[in-house]
Design a protein around this ligand. Structure first.
Ligand code: CMC
Length: 427
């Protein structure tokens, strides 16, 4: 017999079906709740609320597992390349050689950005945060591809996907070049995705730039690790905007804005800033652990804790190992790496963090690698966005293909009840 949940309200009993996922996760389907009872549910922060079913990414926060389309993050980070993983997320299967060649070939051919976008970009002040600039530029892209406004333009969706994948790295490097006062580099389509990004970031007109394979391989791994993470804040934002049938550029632009916050992708920048502050303060971690535990102090240990993981974030494990390897291969000694290790060790043996199951998350060690690759701190969250792009696209596409209803939560009103208007002289 199918499982059901029973609810008793005002003396009446109601039954709700149980939905079970392919990994035996269970949910109570309350889609008829309000129509039948007049009640809604309240769940601030959506801690218990599933907004959708999805076949893209599975994660088990208790066991510390993460899989894209059934493939473990460990296997993908070790054996795949970022564009192959992007294809997997977006189209559901690992590409065959010819599918891969076609996908990569199209992305290579779309790396240039319309020159008129430069006029929009030039209007930003030199110290504008690159995440704000990126969100604006991606939104502006819709204006260059007006066919994307049409709800029926799913015929061209593959082209929009290719454009986004191809142009986001180009736009990101504009931000960096401007901050340095250097001319922007046009893409070199002979290079692979990661090497092309590094070329646009670091090549100068005055000397030859050779991409270091240690650097491009590390970047490839980091992008794979960030590529999707089911219904997180930015992905839910992309889905919510997409559910109004807004075009894909506007939806992704909204996702970039959501990612910017320090509780989400912005944590990678906040982690390095925190580690540097600890270093400037003599390097002792105890004071900062105590600040993080003090409920009267707003300070939190950045890069620690996660809404879903109550165990090691599997991405953090891989990144920690990669940080050791990359720094050794590049011959870099970063003093904040030791501080990060000390902080992690101290937190993992501290009752406050143990009881609350707070472990290092993806952002704890990623900044140390980005910095070793020469990427400045204010570009860290942009790197996260480049990595997360295929996930956002895949989730947007799934939402549209599933024909989901517009996202429109309800509320319980707690304001004034009806009252007569008061003329200004009587207020
Ligand atoms: N430092 C100190 N205390 C913490 C931390 C932390 N980093 N994270 C959670 N706590 C405490 C929190 O104060 C609460 O304690 P109590 O039960 O006594 O009130 C308890 O742990 C549960 O925390 P919560 O805020 O209810 O958990 P949440 O699921 O709402 O928040 C989080 C998750 C990631 C926003 C939070 O852990 C945090 O602020 N971490 C630091 C920022 C960060 O690293 N963000 C990146 C997340 S991973 C990548 C991504 O999503 O982009």
């Amino acid at each position: 017999m199918a499982e059901i949940a029973k609810l008793t309200l005002d003396g009446k009993e109601y039954e709700y079906p149980i939905i079970e996922g392919s990994e035996q996760e269970k949910a109570i389907d309350i889609s008829k709740l309000r129509a039948q009872t007049g009640y809604i549910t309240i769940d601030p922060g959506f801690k218990n609320t599933g907004s959708t079913t999805s076949a893209i990414t599975y994660l088990d926060g208790e066991k510390g597992l993460l899989r894209y389309r059934g493939y473990s993050i460990e296997d993908l980070a070790d054996k795949a390349d970022f564009l192959g993983v992007a294809y997997l997320l977006i189209y559901g299967e690992l590409p065959t050689q010819s599918q891969y060649d076609e996908f990569v070939g199209k992305i290579r051919r779309h790396t240039m950005v319309n020159e008129d976008m430069r006029k929009i970009f030039d209007g930003f002040p030199v110290n504008a945060h690159p995440m704000g600039v990126m969100s604006s530029l991606v939104s502006a892209m819709s204006g260059f591809y007006p066919e994307s406004y049409s709800k029926s333009d799913m015929d061209n969706i593959d082209l929009h996907i290719v454009r986004l994948m191809a142009k986001l790295p180009t736009l990101a490097t504009w931000c960096y070049k401007k901050s340095q006062g250097h001319p922007i580099n046009y893409p070199n389509n002979n290079l692979d995705y990661c090497s092309n990004f590094l070329h646009m970031m670091f090549a100068l007109p005055v000397e030859k730039y050779e991409v270091d394979p240690v650097v491009s391989n590390a970047l490839n791994k980091l992008l794979i690790l960030h590529a999707d993470h089911e219904q997180n804040c930015s992905t839910s934002t992309v889905r919510l905007v997409g559910s109004s049938q807004a075009n894909i550029y506007s939806s992704i632009s909204a996702g970039i804005s959501a990612l910017w916050g320090p509780l989400h992708g912005g944590a990678n920048q906040a982690v390095i800033e925190m580690l540097e502050a600890i270093r400037a303060d003599g390097g002792g971690v105890e004071k900062y652990l105590n600040k993080a535990k003090d409920k009267n102090d707003p300070f939190r240990l950045m890069g620690f804790g996660h809404r879903v993981y109550k165990n090691f974030d599997p991405r953090a494990r891989i990144i920690k190992k990669a940080a050791d390897e990359v720094l050794a291969a590049l011959g870099i000694e970063d003093p904040v790496l030791d501080i990060a290790r000390g902080l992690e060790e101290a937190a993992l043996s501290d009752d406050y963090f143990v009881e609350r199951k707070l472990y290092p998350n993806v952002d704890f060690y990623s900044g140390i690698i980005y910095r070793a690759l020469g990427i400045p701190v204010n570009m860290f969250t942009v790197m996260f966005a480049i990595g997360r792009l295929p996930g956002w696209i895949a989730q947007w596409l799934e939402l549209r293909n599933d024909g989901q209803a517009i996202g429109r939560p309800r509320q319980i009103y707690t304001g004034e009840t009806v009252r007569p208007f008061v003329d200004i002289e009587n207020r």
